[in-house]
Design a protein around this ligand. Structure first.
Ligand SMILES: [Zn+2]
Length: 225
């Protein structure tokens, strides 16, 4: 009974998609094991899951799956856990003295829900107002992608993108809106295929009503070229 109750509570926390902090909860020893060793360990774990499910791992179609999944976890979909992979924080002087907001919209987000390990797919819209330095446009996409490549909660992803750009640009005037579908909601559980989740984080000047409105108006612009 007691175990049942604990499992139910864990389930409820997952279904509520509650996040415990703005930091990704990593252990101190997270990088004591090399990527190659991680791939080997995860391969054994995936092997064990598939075996438990009753799958025949000698089948030609299945035998490579544990290795493929392990490589994909470490090198691709969870590669953003490793701070060594964080995009370099190079900025340039704002030579044009462009003082308006810059919006990078419709940045593709492929992330993974940390409660179910199922995909989160959506778009991020990021903006900042320069206070002297600017970043290359693709840097914003890279920062989104880096934090997306972790087990995530959408609220945390939104905050991490804003905090990183604030740090890189040396200004609080950064904002991010993410609109995304969670396959754990769309394909299982409540199975609502239509719903999507919108999260936002407005720093500095973006907290002001007019500035926020301007940003939200830009991201509504239709960009079919
Ligand atoms: Zn989920």
């Amino acid at each position: 009974m007691k175990i049942d109750k604990i499992l139910n509570e864990i389930d409820e926390i997952g279904e509520a998609h509650a996040s415990s902090s703005a930091e990704t909860p990593l252990r101190d020893d997270a990088f004591e094991v090399s990527d190659l060793e991680k791939i080997e360990l995860i391969k054994q774990d995936v092997n064990s899951i598939m075996k438990t499910l009753g799958l025949d791992l000698t089948d030609d179609s299945l035998k490579g799956t544990p290795q493929r999944v392990a490589k994909m976890f470490v090198n691709e979909i969870f590669s953003g856990l490793d701070p060594k992979r964080k995009p370099k924080a190079s900025t340039f002087d704002n030579k044009y003295k462009y003082g308006e907001m810059l919006v990078e919209k419709n940045i593709t987000v492929y992330s993974t829900c940390e409660h179910h390990l199922l995909p989160i797919v959506g778009k991020a819209h990021v903006a900042y107002i320069s206070n002297g330095s600017v970043v290359g446009l693709s840097k914003m996409n890279r920062i989104v992608d880096y934090f997306a490549k972790r087990p995530q909660v959408q609220e945390r992803l939104t905050m991490q993108i804003v905090q990183e750009l604030q740090r890189v640009l040396g200004t609080k005037d950064v904002a991010c809106v993410i609109d995304a579908k969670h396959l754990c909601v769309n394909s299982r559980g409540i199975r609502d295929i239509e719903s999507s989740t919108v999260t936002s984080e407005f720093g500095g000047a973006f907290k002001e009503k007019e500035v926020k409105r301007e940003f939200l108006d830009y991201i509504k612009l239709d960009t079919t070229f």
